[in-house]
Design a protein around this ligand. Structure first.
Ligand code: SAH
Length: 332
């Protein structure tokens, strides 16, 4: 796949043709099953200055929180009982994160639930990544955000794309299944950069790739900028499916935020095969405000979206909040 091919698919192929093609590749490579990842946003403490993100350190309007180990494990159990096949622990980037403490949370989840544990906690040392891997973490999401190194540097003060990619490679080296991802419609993004984003994900040969539109957050320097395009996000998702047939690609919550009725259904029809409903305790959800009006997608919504897309899943029937899963053992 050459850059020119990616650009043609992204910008010149009729939308329906592209989506149909991506859907067919998804069907052949991965079948009809939608994987459900339970997302737990366990801390919004962050030292970064990412100019698009509401959790950036300079945003003093945020009420900062960090869940206790027991609360994270309880949320994970809840997600697994409701049918999630993976638990994703996400947070801002907090270098004061106690490495051993998070390791024992991972061990706690693995002891109680037979599910993969995914981390999405940003840049840390190889040593820390190794401790969490040894504790049982299976996967790691760390988006490259944008393949344009200059734009990356402008949007992430004190950071570089090179450093981000080094983390990705370290994680792969340590045996994590690794996911990258990028934002569509970042202020300053050139259209051609999206082709580079897709080619970079392909070059990295990642297991997962999350693609979502930029959504402004009022208390950030980019709060007045326009949001990214839903159609272009679906196009990027579809082309990524063609570039990485086997990768797990979520229909992101950011898509649902901009297109509340059909965004994620359309994402599942554009090559997506993953949903990530939220299991963050209710009193913390609004404080995890990476962008404004973040839509809350829970298990009930996930079930409805999968049905609307005509796909299958392994969720228990009925009210997800009270169904017991065989993936959770009896020790409470
Ligand atoms: N601290 C972790 C998790 C960050 S939040 C890390 O560094 O990986 C997860 C993702 O949300 C980010 O990787 C980014 O791609 C996305 N995000 C943050 N702010 C956003 C915004 N305003 N619009 C769209 N996506 C955003």
């Amino acid at each position: 796949m050459q850059r020119e091919d990616v650009l043609r698919l992204l910008f010149r192929m009729p939308l329906n043709e592209l989506l149909t093609k991506a859907d067919a590749v998804r069907h052949t490579a991965l079948g009809e099953h939608v994987f459900v990842r339970g997302l737990i946003e366990f801390s919004n403490s962050c030292v970064c200055g990412c100019r698009y993100c509401g959790l950036r350190r300079a945003n003093t309007t945020v009420r900062r929180y960090r869940l206790a180990a027991s609360e994270i494990i309880a949320s994970a159990r809840q997600a697994v009982m409701a049918g999630a096949d993976t638990v994703v622990l996400q947070s801002g980037e907090d270098p004061s994160q106690n490495v051993r403490e998070l390791a024992s949370v991972i061990e706690g989840i693995k002891n109680h639930c037979r599910v993969a544990v995914t981390l999405s906690i940003g840049e840390h040392t190889r040593e820390a990544y190794a401790v969490w891997r040894a504790a049982g973490a299976d996967r790691f999401l760390i988006r490259h955000e944008t393949a344009d190194a200059d734009l990356y540097a402008a949007l992430h003060p004190g950071r570089s794309l090179q450093q981000r990619l080094r983390c990705l490679r370290t994680l792969q080296d340590l045996g994590y299944a690794v996911g990258t991802g990028f934002i569509v419609g970042l202020p300053g993004q050139r259209p051609g950069t999206l082709a580079d984003d897709i080619l970079l994900a392909r070059k990295l040969n990642v297991d997962m790739c999350g693609i979502g539109p930029f959504i402004p957050q009022a208390d950030t320097p980019l709060g007045g900028e326009p949001h990214g395009s839903v159609e272009l996000t679906l196009r990027a998702l579809a082309v990524t499916r063609l570039a990485l047939p086997q990768a797990h690609l979520p229909a992101t919550t950011a898509l649902a935020t901009l297109a509340p009725v059909h965004g994620q259904r359309d994402g599942l029809r554009a090559g997506g095969n993953v949903l990530m409903p939220g299991f963050t305790p209710a009193d913390c959800r609004t404080a995890y405000n990476i962008y404004d009006d973040k839509r809350r997608v829970g298990m009930t919504e996930a079930r409805a979206i999968i049905k609307a897309a005509g796909r299958t899943h392994a969720l228990p029937p009925g009210d997800a909040s009270c169904s017991m899963s065989p993936k959770v053992c009896a020790c409470t």
